[in-house]
Design a protein around this ligand. Sequence first.
Ligand code: SIN
Ligand code: MN
Length: 252
Amino acid sequence: MTNNILSTTEVEQFDRDGYVLVPDLFSPAEVAVMIRSVEGGSRVAEMTRGTADATGKKARLAIWHELGDDVWAAASTCPRVVNNVRIILREEIAFFHGKVMLKEAKSGGAWEWHQDYGYWYDQGYVFPRMLSVFVALDAATKENGCLNVLRGSHELGRLTHTIVGTQTGADPNRMPQLETMFERVAVTMSPGSALFFHCNLLHTSAPNLSDHHRRSFIMCYNALANPQLGDKKTSAQVPCPVGADDAILKFA
Ligand code: SIN
Ligand code: MN
């Protein structure tokens, strides 16, 4: 990354692997503002809900579809994010949703293998021209259940998703074989690092049985020209605003 813009090599990496990891996209000061907002802010407190995994452990998350006017909106409209998502998708984008994943120490539940587009297709999105930017707020390690991905699996296209345990997951009859066909990468991350990943990349994560929280903020975007069918609109199809680069720190 040079001047906060992904290099050609990094974009090629995304195209080939379905993801690219950018260390230190956000500074320690910016991460501190976000952590404070997780712990004391109203949006996360109001929007948090729990999804039990197969063992009953709760994967708690707060999700919203409007940008609003707070630190989360500042991060979601940060040029370091928005411009790079535009570069990866090679087209104008719309904000889709933001979510804070609260994978807390000793309790945070697992996520089954899935593609995000496995969920989003069912919301009516026509093309897989969508992606997520996963920002680590705490260090994400193997011990506290970091994200695992199958490198290159976005090339599979969208798989059928069914109920797996208590969650929606990628076809459990196919997954064991698919797991042998791709390299499984445990994406360990330092706080402030960001993983840009394709909506058809298969990913999973183990429960957090450690003494350390593994909280993250995920920003999801849709290509502006990617229509959503049906009458239940989950996102506004307007260009994502681009804010000031230092906007997060204004909420310090
Ligand atoms: C996780 O936080 O481990 C899962 C996130 C996701 O599925 O996007
Ligand atoms: Mn996901």
